[in-house]
Design a protein around this ligand. Structure first.
Ligand code: BEZ
Length: 223
């Protein structure tokens, strides 16, 4: 079965990109990484997504996350499309984006990573890539994956939000509740006993009373 599951190591593929040839592990170095795929160059939803990703690039950089996109066209198409993306953003229509786009014209990598959308096909009947997001940790292991069909654009603010959660929960024995955003209170994870939690979270723990009498809803300020 092609594809990647949480905890899998990123394959160390070698590919052509708009920033030259890369080996994926060298590209990632010791950073976090986000790899996001697109159905095709010169398509409307993808253009809005890449425009937003370019605008948010400084936010990903602040969080030490290397960005890389993928689309199933060649480097020349990607460079020409980049001009449109910059123009869409209201910027100079140059070929330069703040992240590389992988050229996967033969779909080799899309197949290996399980990215194809069987419901969306090109004029030759070949499947297009879905909107996949993979977030890799500094250990190059998959920490999060999101899979949207080609017809539904992603929310890149949400991707930044989940990066904040992933980075926080990688360092602390906490989890982030529904709709959490940076600075909100967090939850102590169930495997931490109360006496350990008191030591780990000196700012205090608030436990919400529940009809079951079970004391599992434990909040603490964001460490
Ligand atoms: C788009 O990016 O607009 C798109 C691409 C493939 C199928 C549907 C929409």
């Amino acid at each position: 079965m092609p594809g990647l599951l949480l905890g899998d190591e990123a394959p160390n593929f070698e590919v052509d990109t708009t920033h030259g040839r890369i080996r994926f592990h060298d590209f990632l170095g010791d950073s976090w990484g986000i790899l996001f795929s697109h159905p095709r160059d010169f398509t409307p939803v993808c253009t809005t997504e890449l425009g937003r990703a370019a605008k948010l690039a400084p936010e990903f950089k602040k969080r030490n996350v290397k960005m890389i996109a993928l689309s199933i066209d060649d480097v020349n198409d990607h460079l020409a499309w980049s001009k449109d993306i910059n123009a869409y953003n209201g910027d100079e229509p140059t070929e330069k984006l703040p992240f590389p786009i992988i050229a996967d014209a033969k779909r080799d990598l899309s197949i290996q990573l399980g990215m194809l959308d069987p419901d969306e096909r090109d004029k030759d009947g070949m499947p297009l890539t879905a909107r996949v997001v993979f977030v890799f940790g500094p250990d190059k292991k998959l920490k999060l994956s999101i899979l949207y069909p080609a017809t539904t654009g992603r929310n890149f603010d949400e991707i930044l939000r989940v990066v904040d959660s992933l980075q926080l929960t990688a360092k602390n024995k906490v989890a982030t509740p529904v709709d959490w955003k940076r600075g909100d209170r967090v939850m102590v994870i169930p495997s931490v006993p109360d006496d350990e939690a008191k030591k780990l979270f000196p700012e205090g723990i608030f436990t919400k009373e529940l009809p079951s009498g079970k004391k599992y809803l434990r909040y603490t300020p964001q460490p």
